[in-house]
Design a protein around this ligand. Structure first.
Ligand code: G3P
Ligand code: CA
Length: 333
C-alpha cells in the first residue's frame, strides 16, 4: 500500500512546523516572519548532501550548517562498509571526497573506464574503523581537514529533533550482489531509533528515496514499510516513469517522484498531483543555475510557478520561503 500525496504533504508539513518552532526560539530575523498558520502550505527545503555548497558534502559539518540554514529535511546518501555499517557518502567509492589514495594506497580495485585502467577504492572494501581514518573535508577546503565520513546513526543523532531525515538507498542492487541488504539495514536502524513508522517522531519525519524502483518495491511490499517513498528519476537515461502510462505505476509503490529538474514542467506536476504524487526535483545549486540568474530565482520558479512541493538544494540559505515577485517569475517563461 502506498500513501497518498496528502499524507506525504502532512508529513512534510510536520517537519516544517518543527523547523519553524525550533527556529522561533532563535533570534533569527528570518524566523520572525514565520506564521504558524502558513506552515502547512509552505514548500519544503531538503538540504542536498547537507549545505553542500558551503561545506564538504555528507559531513556532520555540512549537516549542521543545513540545520542552521533552516532545512526542513537533511539528505543522506547511503553506502555500506565491509562490516555492514551504513555510512553517508554519495559515491560508491572514496577517492573523490577523501584522502583514501594516501591513506590506503594499495587497497584499490583496477577497472577499465572507457578502455583505460582506473583505480577505485570501494566503500564496501573498507571497515568502518578504516573509513573513520579518512579526511573527508580537505578536498573541499583544508579548513575542513578534520571532517569524517559520518555513519547514518551519527546523522540521525545530529538531525533528530531539529529536522527530517531523507535517506537515499544508493545502488542497492550493487550491494545486493555482494551479499548486503541495504533496505533491511536501513529499516533496521530506523527501527532501533524508533523512526520506522510515519509520525513516530513529529520532530523528525523520515522519507526514503531511491533511483531503484525494485528497492522501493521491496521496501513497500516485502518489508511493508509505511514510510513515504520517493522514486528518483534521472535525465541521463530514457525512462517511462514520468509518462501518462508510467506515473500511475509509480503510485503502486511510492508516494512521490524526485525527478531531475530538467524533466519537470507544469504538465508533469499537474499529472503527478492528480495521482496524489508529490514532486521533489533535484538539484538546485548556485554553481549551476542554467537559464536563471540565481539559484534563488530558479527555485522560486519551480516552487511557485510550476508548483513542485519541495526541492533538493545545495544552498539551503537561498531557499525562497515565499514567492519572490511571483508576477516576474511567471512572466519569465
Ligand atoms: O537524491 C536526490 C539527488 O541527490 C539525486 O542525485 O546523485 O545527488 O544523489 P544524487
Ligand atoms: Ca541523493
Amino acid at each position: 500500500m502506498t500513501l497518498p500525496r496528502r499524507y506525504f504533504i502532512k508529513l512534510l508539513g510536520s517537519a516544517v512546523v518543527v523547523r519553524a518552532s525550533h527556529c522561533l526560539t532563535s533570534t533569527s530575523a528570518k524566523v520572525r516572519t514565520t506564521s504558524k498558520n502558513a506552515t502547512t502550505a509552505r514548500k519544503i527545503l531538503v538540504a542536498h548532501r547537507g549545505a553542500s555548497a558551503y561545506a564538504p558534502e555528507h559531513t556532520l559539518e555540512a549537516y549542521q550548517l543545513a540545520l542552521e540554514q533552516g532545512a526542513d529535511f537533511v539528505e543522506q546518501d547511503l553506502q555500506i562498509t565491509r562490516d555492514s555499517a551504513l555510512v553517508c557518502l554519495h559515491d560508491l567509492t572514496l577517492e573523490r571526497t577523501t584522502n583514501v589514495r594516501e591513506m590506503f594506497p594499495k587497497r584499490f580495485r583496477e577497472e577499465l573506464v572507457s578502455g583505460s585502467p582506473a583505480r577505485r577504492w570501494y566503500v564496501s572494501d573498507f571497515s568502518l574503523e578504516e573509513l573513520k581514518q579518512l579526511d573527508a573535508g580537505s578536498w573541499f577546503d583544508t579548513k575542513f581537514k578534520d571532517a569524517r565520513i559520518p555513519t547514518f546513526q551519527e546523522a540521525i543523532d545530529l538531525v533528530r529533533g531539529k529536522a527530517g531525515l531523507y535517506p537515499e538507498t544508493k545502488a542497492p542492487e550493487v550491494y545486493g550482489g555482494s551479499g548486503f541488504d541495504m533496505e533491511r539495514l536501513l529499516l533496521s536502524i530506523l527501527k532501533r531509533n524508533r523512526l520506522d513508522q510515519p509520525n513516530a517522531n513529529h520532530h523528525t519525519p523520515v522519507i526514503i528515496q531511491s533511483f531503484s524502483p525494485e528497492g522501493l518495491r521491496k521496501l513497500a511490499g516485502t518489508l511493508k514499510t509505511k514510510l513515504p517513498l520517493v522514486l528518483l528519476v534521472s535525465d541521463e537515461a530514457p525512462t517511462s516513469w514520468l509518462t501518462m502510462a508510467g506515473l500511475p505505476k509509480v503510485t503502486r509503490f511510492a508516494s512521490g517522484i524526485g525527478p531531475a529538474k530538467a524533466l519537470v514542467d507544469k504538465s508533469l506536476v499537474t499529472q503527478a498531483h492528480a495521482l496524489g504524487l508529490s514532486v521533489t526535483p533535484y538539484t538546485f545549486r548556485s554553481s549551476n543555475t542554467g537559464r536563471f540568474k540565481t539559484v534563488r530565482e530558479e527555485m522560486n520558479y519551480y516552487l511557485y510557478s510550476l508548483g513542485v512541493d519541495a526541492v533538493f538544494t545545495d544552498n539551503p540559505d537561498l531557499f525562497p520561503r515565499a514567492p519572490i515577485n511571483p508576477r516576474q517569475s511567471t512572466n519569465n517563461f
